[in-house]
Structures are given as structure tokens and as C-alpha cells.
Design a protein around this ligand. Structure first.
Ligand code: NDP
Length: 341
């Protein structure tokens, strides 16, 4: 079994040579009574939060249960889709497709923790890694449960061409909101405006003063900010929120690899305007999964949702795919195809 490992804890921006491929003998059969499932990994998700698991963690800031630390040389668990090769687990049979916690390797061994049988419903398997998987649920639950949009409200979303961001924008548009996104390249800006139907999009890298940029795009203020990046963008967005505005803190990617700069939003503004700023984890909204899938499949079938995914091929491409997230290389959900089905 070949799999990707980190060579040492990573505390700054990740580089490709922070990773290596490890090879270990691996049995493709299961021991009776073990409850084990052996999975051939097909598509794995490449997610920014993994960097927070790769850092040196001091004892006072222990990684929480959903993001336990990754040690050098260890297999790295990750969301993805695979096929069962052998099973001693009554819930899974050989040849079943599965979705959930697998790993950045050719094969995974599981006992069924965060793993479900997958019915692809006629869609490409990659859809179940992103759009119909955790990224989609993150966008759906964050927008509808945390931000509670009303028709006509003004929504701002950062990292808008990313996996979560593009869906937040599309759901919000379909719901009847006015949507502005920001992204890090002219091509991304064009794609979001021309194909995904965002009302406005700007390239944040070309803006020198984010506060006045947001004033320009939201002369009447922002009702909802879906934050994927934190940092200066969060500060500028909070300064431009309307009274009773809602901020969903989904992720703060600009702070993951930069330990010095932390967002310091204007809290007096938060008080005077009664702004709600709420962090959330998609994992707390698994009960919405059936509703989210039904709604999203419906939008897919009626051609209302545009699927944005970015697939690289081969286990060896995982380090560059991951590092690329922090450079903005990906357009949409970043996925690596590890093996052919
Ligand atoms: P994306 O597909 O959005 O990929 C990351 C993108 O972030 C890049 O393409 C890049 O786009 C942008 N980016 C990278 N560095 C910076 C920076 N310094 N400043 C601003 N933008 C940057 O990833 P996901 O959609 O998977 O995740 C988006 C966010 O949501 C992340 O913060 C992630 O941790 C979080 N998340 C949270 C979940 C939850 O349950 N709360 C679940 C899933 C994700 P660009 O070209 O625009 O710079």
C-alpha cells in the first residue's frame, strides 16, 4: 500500500517537499472477527483544514476530536469515495461503493467509523466527494441554518470560486439573494460572473483597501457574510455589515498558515449593529443531509447548479494538490483520483 505522509510537523505554508510517499506491505484480506473493511480508495478530498492537523500543537491548544493531530510517517485520513475490496463488517459487502473517512493512500482499512454505503444515484463519483458530500453540506447548512437568508438580502462570500464558496453563492442566488463574491484571479472572477451567475465578483488581490471595495459593492451594506478566509476580509466585512447582519464563520484559510496575523474585527460595531458572528461545523448538521441531497439533486437535474470541481490524477499528485489550496490553484472542489474504479 502506497500512502502520503508528512515528513515533520508543518508550521508555516506547506511545501510539496514536506510530504513523501511511503510504501508498506498490506493484506487485501480481512481477519474473521475483526470487523474490518478494506477499501480501494478511488477519489480523495483535498481540504484546507488538514493543515491545522499537521501543525505542532502545544498541550494548551490540543487538536479537537474532529481534527486530531497528524504525526509524521502516519497515514492521513481524509474524506473520499472508495470501493470495498474485502469486508468482515456486516454493514458492508465486497464491491460496495463507500463514502466517508478513508485516507490519502491506495487502500484504507476501516471499521466503519464515519463511513457509509454510497448509492451514486447515476452521478459521477466525484460529485459525492464535493457537491453532494461534505463541501455541499457545509455550504447548505452554513447558509440556511447559520445565516438564515431572506429573499433580496445582500450576501457576500469569500473564496467564492472554492468548493464551499461557489455553492454558497449558487444556493444564495437560487434562493433570491443578491450575491457578491471575491476570488483570487481574473479567470475565477470571470467564471463566477459568467457561468455561475454571481451578481458581482472582485479579485481581492487587486484591491488595496478592502473596506472601500466592500463599500463600493455594497453601498447599502451587507446582510450576510459567509466567511471562508478570516483575516483582513473578515475585518472589512464586519465593518460593512448592516444591523442584525449575520456572519457565518466557516473557515479562516488566510490565518491557517500565518500564525501572526489574526482578524481583529471592530467589536463595538458588532454590538451597536447587533451582528451575529457564528462559527459552525458541517458535521453538526448531518441530520440535514437528506434534505440537502434532495434539494441539490433537484437543482442538478434542472440544470440550475453548475458543478465546479478540479480533479488531479494519481496518488503522487496529492502534495501539490494540497499545497495548491493555499496558493489558490484550485477552481472548485479539489479532488485527487487515486485509482480507477
Ligand atoms: P477551497 O476550495 O475554497 O480552497 C481554498 C481557496 O481559498 C483557494 O482556492 C484560494 O482561492 C483561497 N485562499 C487560499 N489562501 C487564501 C488567503 N490567504 N486569503 C484568501 N483566500 C485564500 O476550500 P474549501 O471550499 O474546501 O474550504 C473553504 C473554507 O471553508 C476553508 O477555510 C475551510 O477550512 C472551511 N471549511 C469549513 C468547514 C466547516 O465545517 N466549518 C467544512 C469545510 C471547509 P482564491 O483564488 O480566492 O485565493
Amino acid at each position: 500500500n502506497k500512502y502520503i505522509v508528512i515528513k515533520a510537523q508543518i508550521d508555516g505554508k506547506p511545501q510539496e517537499n514536506d510530504f513523501e510517499v511511503k510504501t508498506q506491505p498490506f493484506s487485501l484480506s480481512v481477519k474473521p472477527g475483526s470487523n474490518d473493511i478494506i477499501i480501494k480508495n478511488l477519489y480523495v478530498s483535498i481540504d484546507p483544514y488538514q493543515i491545522n492537523r499537521m501543525k505542532t500543537v502545544s498541550s494548551s491548544q490540543k487538536a479537537s476530536e474532529f481534527a486530531v493531530g497528524i504525526s509524521p510517517g502516519e497515514a492521513i485520513d481524509a474524506y473520499g469515495v472508495g470501493r470495498v475490496v474485502a469486508s468482515d463488517n456486516p454493514k458492508f459487502e465486497k464491491d460496495d461503493y463507500v463514502v466517508g473517512l478513508i485516507s490519502w493512500g491506495e487502500y484504507s482499512i476501516s471499521q466503519g467509523f464515519i463511513l457509509n454505503k454510497l448509492d451514486p444515484m447515476g452521478f459521477p463519483l466525484t460529485y459525492h466527494v464535493g457537491l453532494l458530500g461534505l463541501s455541499g453540506l457545509t455550504a447548505y447548512s452554513g447558509l440556511f441554518e447559520i445565516c438564515k437568508p431572506k429573499k433580496g438580502e445582500k450576501v457576500f462570500v469569500s473564496a467564492a470560486s472554492g468548493s464551499v464558496g461557489n455553492l454558497v453563492g449558487q444556493y444564495a442566488k437560487l434562493f433570491g439573494c443578491y450575491v457578491v463574491g471575491c476570488a483570487g484571479s481574473p479567470n475565477k472572477v470571470k467564471l463566477l460572473k459568467e457561468k455561475l451567475g454571481f451578481d458581482e465578483v472582485f479579485n481581492y488581490k487587486e484591491e488595496s483597501d478592502l473596506n472601500s471595495t466592500l463599500q463600493r459593492y455594497f453601498p447599502d451594506g451587507i446582510d450576510i457574510y459567509f466567511d471562508n478566509v478570516g483575516g483582513e476580509m473578515l475585518e472589512a466585512a464586519v465593518s460593512n455589515m448592516n444591523s442584525h447582519g449575520r456572519v457565518a464563520l466557516c473557515g479562516i484559510i488566510s490565518e491557517y498558515t500565518n500564525v501572526i496575523k489574526r482578524a481583529t474585527p471592530d467589536l463595538l460595531n458588532v454590538i451597536y449593529k447587533r451582528i451575529t458572528i457564528q462559527g459552525f461545523l458541517a458535521g453538526d448538521y448531518l441530520h440535514l443531509f437528506p434534505e440537502f441531497v434532495t434539494t441539490t439533486v433537484d437543482h442538478l437535474q434542472t440544470g440550475k447548479i453548475h458543478v465546479l470541481e478540479d480533479v488531479s490524477v494519481g496518488l503522487e499528485s496529492i502534495p501539490s494538490a494540497f499545497v495548491g489550496l493555499f496558493r489558490g490553484d484550485n477552481v472548485g472542489k479539489k479532488i485527487v483520483q487515486v485509482s480507477e474504479d
